[in-house]
Design a binder for this molecule. Structure first.
Ligand SMILES: O=C(O)c1ccccc1N[C@@H]1O[C@H](COP(=O)(O)O)[C@@H](O)[C@H]1O
Length: 243
């Protein structure tokens, strides 16, 4: 139940790279919705373990597969490149996989366990299944995907009327993750930013975190300073918890 996420001690976190969730493991940090070489470079320079590219046309973060294929080259050997799709059909996934060569697929729609299994088999890539969470009962959705999805991503349910299934900058009540089975490998997402990441980490001790709009100056516009501030806040929080 892992994508073999790597320790990011080499270029990030160093002595603070201690996961409270899985002792001796590090925290994964995925910066999502990247569209420019500058934003990719900032994520990598700060030690991102994953960089994400959005293939949902209604998103302000949407990129063409060829563009993502160019951008992801900077991540080779440094971070995993993740293709984020929403109920994509095989033809669209074929195009993305061929042009971008992702390390991982993030399925952020209403994909069934059978669809996740089929996607895994078709591409031989690890799959992260996103689940929309509002309350503890929503975590029941994990069960049918266990042994199928390599990883989960817990994001807040989108607000009524939103056209985006993710990237809404909305957080859910992180306290409901307190009783989660420790064997569930996941990224915490939804409304994270430099101000709240400390509280999020201390409440949930997640294997990883995922952020998009919290490091943007406007929808779809990544801000290098905000990316740096987010990593600074992660480092500070982890140094505090290790002390
Ligand atoms: O970001 C998007 O536009 C998006 C579109 C379609 C599916 C998923 C999307 N984003 C995912 O949502 C998380 C959380 O975003 P935020 O931090 O709350 O803005 C993001 O990291 C993506 O994995």
């Amino acid at each position: 139940m892992t994508d073999g996420h790597r320790a990011i001690t080499g270029n990030f976190l160093d002595s603070s790279a201690i996961s409270c969730h899985f002792p001796a493991m590090s925290l994964d940090v995925k910066i999502c919705g990247l569209k420019t070489p500058e934003a990719v470079a900032a994520a990598l320079a700060n030690g991102a373990s994953h960089v994400g590219f959005i293939f949902f046309p209604k998103s302000p973060r949407y990129v063409l597969a060829g563009t993502a294929g160019e951008l992801r080259k900077a991540a080779v050997g440094k971070a995993k490149a993740v293709a984020v799709t929403v109920d994509a059909d095989d033809a669209f996934l074929d195009e993305i996989v061929a042009a971008m060569q992702p390390d991982m697929l993030q399925l952020h729609g209403d994909e069934s366990p059978e669809r996740v299994a089929a996607v895994k088999a078709r591409y031989g890539l690890p799959v992260m299944k996103a689940l929309s969470i509002r309350d503890a009962a929503d975590l029941d959705a994990i069960q049918p995907f266990r042994g199928i999805a390599d990883r989960f991503l817990f994001d807040a349910k989108p607000p009524v009327g939103s056209e985006l299934p993710g990237g809404n900058g909305i957080q859910f009540d992180w306290r409901i993750l307190a009783g989660l089975d420790r064997n569930v490998d996941y990224l915490l997402a939804g409304g994270l930013n430099a101000e709240n990441i400390g509280e999020a980490l201390s409440l949930t001790n997640p294997p990883g975190v995922d952020i998009s709009s919290g490091v943007e100056s406007a929808p779809g516009v990544k801000d290098v300073g905000l990316i740096e501030s987010f990593f600074d806040a992660v480092r500070s929080a982890r140094a505090r918890s290790a002390a």
